[in-house]
Structure formats: structure tokens, C-alpha cells
Ligand binder design. Structure first.
Ligand SMILES: Nc1ncnc2c1ncn2[C@@H]1O[C@H](COP(=O)(O)OP(=O)(O)OP(=O)(O)O)[C@@H](O)[C@H]1O
Length: 294
């Protein structure tokens, strides 16, 4: 790690300062300052293309970024994704497919195999395995210990999603960034998934949660940041965020005006979209599928 930051009593587990990412002429992230403490679930929401995944990519080292990334008091912005993971920060991917022919435990084991030439040689000569107990520990953390020897196809969708989370937690991860981990879950499954996230956070793990399921995000997060066009436009408690006119405007394209006043709209009830601009100029909330109670 590059540099140690002076510790304070309230030091967050993860923080960014002035984080920015450009893709050619597109400013995907600009001047983003966020903080997540251990034991906290912090939501990162925003319309399609707002820059949420880019932020996760930047923090975990998968795209080049400007600004500072501080993990547990250490500057890590110049380190490789692999080193950031070894330092205790991991992520999930939007298309985090599981290996159908491997057991749940094996799906986790392959995720922690070391990479690089040294690891390859170790594997050839010693048949390297993850350290004993780390897979079991991560499965216990998400409550999947009893299904460790099953294959993903034998699990409920909610359990499969938790395997994806466990894969990121394996190896003593203390800060996890979840990119749409609940995609495809119905309302009931999503609520149970949220309860598992709360249990994980209660062990001291910091969680940054991106999801299009607003009821999950508003229900489970301690605090939220809202991105629009790559910038943080609001932050606060779920209640504060729902009342914030700038957030309403970002999701709907324009704030609804009644008389002289901007009237906040409950963003849970905001319409869904596929990300295409609306004909009347309003951009709708993210493209999550309609939920059905099971
Ligand atoms: N590899 C890339 N090359 C060029 N532009 C990109 C790349 N990745 C993302 N972008 C652009 O950066 C902006 C932010 O995209 P990003 O995927 O981070 O948004 P998002 O909030 O995660 O969107 P969604 O909710 O749809 O997943 C968008 O304008 C997108 O088109």
C-alpha cells in the first residue's frame, strides 16, 4: 500500500476523496467523496448511466481514476485490484455467474485461488488450496453452511445470490462492494436477502450496496449517496433521500411542480424504465423488473 493516513477515532473503513473517472469525452465519475464505516450498509443509487458501476470499478482498481481511495487508513489508489482484495476489500460483479457444475463451497474456493505466475507454479507443484476454513467461514457468514455441498441449481435464487456475496467475503473481507446483488429477486426474496446483509454488517463488515430495488435499498441502508451524471447530488438517511427534491428531479427528469412548490415523489413508486429517455423529457427510475410477491 502506498501511504498511511493518520488514524482518527471516527475513521471510516473506506473513503474516497475527489474520485474521478473519464472514458474519453465521458465524465463517468467526478469529484466523488464518500465514506463507509465498518458495520454500516451504505447505498449508492442513481439513474441508469449515473456512474455507479464505474465508481465500484474505480474503488476496487479496475479502472484508472484520479483522487484518493483510503481503505482502513491506507491510501490504496495506486495499488492493483489484487492488492486491494488482499487488503480486505472485495466486490461482486453485475453478471456474477456461478459455476453450475461446482458445489457452493467449490464456487467460493475458485474465487480465492491466488493469481499470477507464482500462484500458477505453486498450483502445479503443490496443488495450492485456499487456507483451511476460509470458505466455511464465508458460507457461515451468509448462513449457507448447510448447503456447502449442493450445486447452485439446487438452491433458491435468493441463496444463489448469497453465494455471490459469500464469494466476495471469502478470505477475511472487511469491506464489500455489491453491484446489484439482488437482481431478479422477488419482493419476499429481496427482503430476506436484505436481512442477511444486515446480519453480515452486524459482524463489522462495511457494505456499499448498489441496487435498482428501491424498497431493498431504502429498507436496508443506514445512509445513501445519490449519483447523477457521475456526481453526488445528495446524501443522507433513506428518509432524507426520499424527500430530497434533487433526487426526485434526477429520477424523474424534472421535479413535479404543484402550484409554486416542488413536490417530492416517493421514489419507491417512481416509474421503471429501460434507460431510454422519455418523450416528454423525463428520465425514469432504473430499469429493474416489476416485482411480484411470492
Ligand atoms: N468502458 C466504458 N467505456 C466508455 N464509456 C463507459 C464505459 N463504462 C461506462 N461508460 C459510460 O460511463 C457512464 C457511467 O456508466 P456506469 O455503467 O458506471 O453507470 P451505472 O450508474 O452503473 O449504470 P447502470 O445503472 O445502467 O448499471 C455512462 O455514460 C456509460 O455509458
Amino acid at each position: 500500500m502506498s501511504e498511511t493516513v493518520a488514524a482518527t477515532a471516527t475513521q471510516p473503513l473506506l473513503s474516497t476523496k475527489g474520485l474521478g473517472v473519464r472514458y474519453g469525452g465521458v465524465t463517468a465519475n467526478a469529484d466523488i467523496d464518500i465514506a463507509v464505516s465498518g458495520g454500516e450498509i451504505v447505498g449508492l443509487i442513481g439513474p441508469n448511466g449515473a456512474g455507479k458501476t464505474t465508481f465500484v470499478d474505480a474503488v476496487t482498481g479496475f479502472v484508472k481514476a484520479e483522487g484518493e481511495v483510503v481503505l482502513d487508513g491506507h491510501r490504496v489508489e495506486k495499488t492493483s485490484p489484487h492488492r486491494r482484495r488482499n487488503a480486505g476489500m472485495a466486490r461482486t460483479w453485475q453478471a456474477g455467474e456461478l459455476f453450475a457444475d461446482l458445489t457452493v463451497a467449490q464456487n467460493l474456493a475458485v474465487a480465492v485461488q491466488p493469481i499470477g505466475l507464482r500462484a500458477l507454479l505453486l498450483d502445479v507443484f503443490t496443488g495450492s488450496r485456499p487456507p483451511a476454513g476460509v470458505v466455511e467461514e464465508a458460507l457461515d457468514l451468509v448462513g449457507l453452511g448447510p448447503v456447502a455441498d449442493r450445486r447452485p441449481g439446487e438452491l433458491t435464487l435468493g441463496q444463489q445470490k448469497l453465494v455471490g456475496v459469500a464469494r466476495a467475503l471469502v478470505g477475511g473481507t472487511r469491506m464489500v462492494l455489491l453491484d446489484e446483488p439482488a437482481a431478479g429477486l422477488d419482493t419476499h426474496e429481496s427482503r430476506e436477502f436484505g436481512q442477511e446483509l444486515r446480519r453480515i454488517a452486524a459482524t463489522g463488515v462495511g457494505i456499499l450496496l448498489i441496487d435498482h430495488d428501491m424498497s431493498l435499498v431504502l429498507d436496508v441502508c443506514d445512509r445513501l449517496y445519490v449519483l447523477d451524471f457521475g456526481r453526488v447530488i445528495a446524501s443522507g438517511s433513506p428518509h432524507e433521500i426520499q424527500e430530497d427534491p434533487a433526487v426526485v428531479a434526477a429520477y424523474l427528469g424534472s421535479a413535479e411542480v404543484q402550484g409554486e412548490e416542488i413536490v417530492p415523489v416517493d421514489i419507491v413508486d417512481a416509474p421503471q424504465s429501460d434507460g431510454a429517455p422519455e418523450v416528454d423529457g423525463a428520465t425514469e427510475i432504473d430499469g429493474a423488473p416489476e416485482k411480484e410477491d411470492s
